[in-house]
Write a protein that binds this ligand. Structure first.
Ligand SMILES: C[S@@+](CC[C@H](N)C(=O)[O-])C[C@H]1O[C@@H](n2cnc3c(N)ncnc32)[C@H](O)[C@@H]1O
Length: 163
């Protein structure tokens, strides 16, 4: 699943990557391996334990671990002195979030991403599709069976969408 999600991303172009809900860093560390040396990865996580574990496990200066909610992505980028995100990677459990919160996170994400940027989402179910369809003109999805449990990935270049 990690390989499937990260392979299509244009790593030469990504200067600012935001990850929502890095948890134990399963995607974070693989993303860092692929990122440019001058890029930044802002990982936004609500769980204090995950935040502390990530900070203690990784001293890569490109990684900025922020305790907070994805909804505050724009404030976090501004506080870090970073511009728009070239990519937002999310594994947030959208089906379990309140509809209003999920909607607000996607709206804030659209504000945060550059006009040529990408939102890439992975889920155990495809329940995020109706939410993304509301905001994005077209979506590309794939399915990874070789994952426990099997999972869905959905991505979309933001340009040309109508938020
Ligand atoms: C399904 S786990 C994914 C963890 C990790 N990305 C992985 O693949 O192993 C979702 C993560 O999102 C975090 N989370 C939940 N709601 C969040 C929110 N609103 N903003 C940021 N992180 C959130 C949880 O604490 C958890 O670490």
């Amino acid at each position: 699943m990690v390989r499937r999600m990260l392979a299509p991303l244009d790593w030469h172009r990504i200067r600012v990557l935001v990850e929502y809900g890095p948890g134990t860093g399963r995607f974070t560390f693989e993303a860092l391996k692929r990122m440019r040396s001058d890029a930044a990865l802002v990982a936004i996580e609500t769980g204090q334990g995950f935040v502390e574990a990530l900070r203690s496990r990784c001293d890569d200066p490109r990684l900025i671990v922020v305790r907070g909610t994805a909804q505050d992505v724009n404030r976090n980028l501004a506080e870090q002195g970073l511009g728009e995100a070239d990519c937002i990677l999310t594994g947030l459990p959208f089906p379990t979030l309140e509809a209003q919160e999920a909607d607000a996170i996607i709206r804030e994400s659209i504000r945060a991403i550059s006009s040529s940027g990408v939102l890439a989402a992975y889920q155990m179910r495809s329940a995020i599709r109706p939410l993304l369809k509301r905001y994005f003109a077209s979506l590309r999805s794939s399915y990874e069976w070789w994952n426990v449990p099997p999972a869905t990935s959905t991505g979309r270049a933001v340009s040309g969408t109508d938020p």
